[in-house]
Design a protein around this ligand. Structure first.
Ligand SMILES: O=C1O[C@H](COP(=O)(O)O)[C@@H](O)[C@H](O)[C@H]1O
Length: 259
């Protein structure tokens, strides 16, 4: 597993623009090397701001959108047209504006979808989708995601893996239903930390002072049961992409120059 690297940008707009630019470069490089690429999307304010920056960037056309598999790290288990849904927000921010292959957009089921209001069935279905997409070289039932974008909460959750919740203790299943979330909406579906750790690169993206304690604790070596984002690591790279406010409580060890 890779050691965390930290990059700090001056503010939230610059962070979103810089991550969008970084994504273009990484996805183009992966497509050049392998033919296609995979990207796991996050919900949340910073994650959606990055997608909007990507939509508005002329460089977005360098990505071959038809050769990109898209997944989600977590989903709010609400009806498909609910504004809280991460998929809906991502479609409005970016996916409706670029020529993605609909067969390669792997969204988690909604609460009015084929499995009805049953998050266990929705989670099991997404695990099946991942298993179908995994290749022999992935050595397991989850594809090696090229880039996984993740946000985090002020209490340390990432995807919908919350501190001290059943999801954080999961060691077998790649996808779990999540109930009674402290942050609304209360029911969700989420990748687990073992599934996230199948990623080649994990990029933790966040902004604002409210995230500073969680960022500092995770990078100081907190345990993943208390601070789940501490357990989000990529096999090749773990990149923390922060604005100055989110980086405000980092120790000297993690005080890179601000760009
Ligand atoms: O509920 C969620 O929250 C987190 C963080 O969101 P933010 O708005 O505080 O940045 C996000 O990572 C997750 O995907 C989402 O479902």
């Amino acid at each position: 597993m890779s050691a965390p690297e930290v990059v700090v940008h001056a503010g939230p707009e610059l962070l979103a623009a810089a991550v969008a630019a970084r994504l273009v470069t990484r996805l183009v490089d992966v497509q050049a090397a392998k033919g296609s690429a995979s990207l796991v999307l996050t919900g949340g304010g910073t994650g959606i701001a990055i997608l909007k920056q990507l939509r508005d960037s002329p460089a977005r056309d360098a990505i071959d959108w038809s050769r990109l598999d898209l997944y989600w790290g977590d989903e709010r288990f609400v009806p498909a047209d609910d504004d809280e849904r991460n998929e809906k927000q991502a479609r409005e921010a970016l996916l409706d504006h670029v020529p993605v292959d609909p067969a390669r957009v792997h969204a988690m089921a909604a609460s009015d979808g084929p499995f009805g209001d049953d998050p266990d069935a929705a989670a099991a279905d997404y695990a099946r989708v991942l298993a179908q997409r995994a290749q022999p070289e992935d050595h397991g039932n989850v594809p090696t995601f090229d880039v996984t974008l993740l946000g985090l909460g002020g209490e340390g959750h990432t995807a919908s893996v919350f501190p001290e919740s059943p999801a954080v203790y999961e060691t077998e299943r790649p996808v779990v239903p999540v109930r009674n979330c402290p942050k609304p909406p209360p029911t969700r579906v989420s990748l687990t930390l073992p599934a996230i750790r199948r990623s080649a690169e994990v990029w933790l993206v966040t902004t604002g002072e409210a995230k500073a304690d969680a960022v500092a604790l995770a990078l100081a070596g907190a345990g993943e049961v208390q601070i789940p984002v501490a357990g989000a690591r990529g096999r090749r790279r773990t990149l923390w992409l922060l604005d100055r406010a989110a980086a405000g409580k980092l120790s000297k060890v993690y005080q890179p120059p601000v760009g």
